[in-house]
Design a binder for this molecule. Sequence first.
Ligand code: DON
Length: 310
Amino acid sequence: MKQPDLQIVVDQIADEMAQQSERGVVADYIPTLASVSPSHFGMTIIDHDGNCYMSGDADVAFSIQSISKVFSLTMALGFVGDGLWSRVGREPSGSAFNSIVQLEWEQGIPRNPFINAGAIVVADILLGRYEPREILGEFLRFMHTVTGDDTITIDEAVAKSENETGFRNRALANYMRAYGNIENTVERNLGVYFHLCSLSMSCHQLASAGRYLMCGGRRAPGTSDTIISQQRAKRILALMMMCGHYDGSGEFAYRVGLPGKSGVGGGILAIAPGIASIAVWFPGLNSQGNSQLGSNALERLVELTGWSVF
Ligand code: DON
C-alpha cells in the first residue's frame, strides 16, 4: 500500500471523529478526571525517522493513567529482569481493569502487568530498591530520557484524588498482601501506584515516549542509544497486544491490529513496530474503560495506512 501523506491522514481522522455522535463517557470514579471536557481530541504520529504529524489538542497535557503501566513495567524489568514473572502473569485477563475475582483463583498472582492488580505488584517491585520519593524521581527521569523532554510531571491533584477514592485498589493490594505478593505496606505501595498513574503528558510527549518500543528498544533508529533490548521491546509489545485494553483487548486487536495501551484519562498509545509511534486522546470511554473515539481513530488510521501488524 502506497504511504499516504500522514498530515492529511491525521487531519482527515480529526474531521471524521468530530462528526461522530457516540463519544463515550468520561471516567468519574476519579473526581478530578470527571471535570475533563469530552470534546477534547488530540492525535500525534511520530514516524520511524522522527517526523511528527499532529492534529487537535496534541500539545495539551492529560492524565495518562494506565498507559504509565507500560513504562513502569519497562523500569521494573530493568531492575529485576524476568524474575518479575514469578509475581505477575503474562496472560490476558478477560475481566475488567479493576477486577478482583481472578486473584482468589490464582493465589494473589495477577494475570498481567497492565490490569490494576498487576501494576500494583510492579509498583511494589520498583519500591524494592527505593523510597517512594526516590522511585518517583527515577520514574520521571526515565520518562525524560525516553522523550528527551524534561517538562513532563506528575499531577499531584490527580494523585490526591485517586488516593481519596481508591477503595478498589486498596482492596486489590490488601488481597495480594494476604498472599504475600505485596511486600510494602498497602499505603506505601499505593502512594507510588497512584502517582505513577497521575503522570501528565500530551499526545506529542506520549508518542515520543513510545519511540523506544517502535525502534526495537532504541531511543531512535540508527543510534546506540539503547533503552532496553530488542527482545524485551518485542515482548512488551506482545503484552500490549494481548492485555493492553483489558477485556476489550481482543476487540482492539481485531479492529486495529496494533499493540496498544489505554488509560481511563482517554489516551491510547499504539505502536506500529518499525513504522510509527501513535498517541490519541479522546476522554470519553466505552464500557470497558477504553477511549471510544480513540479506538475508532486508530481503526481509521490502519485502514488509511495499512499499518496493522497482521
Ligand atoms: O487505578 C486506577 O483505577 C486508575 N489509576 C487507572 C485505571 C486505568 O487507567 C484503566 N484504563 N483504562
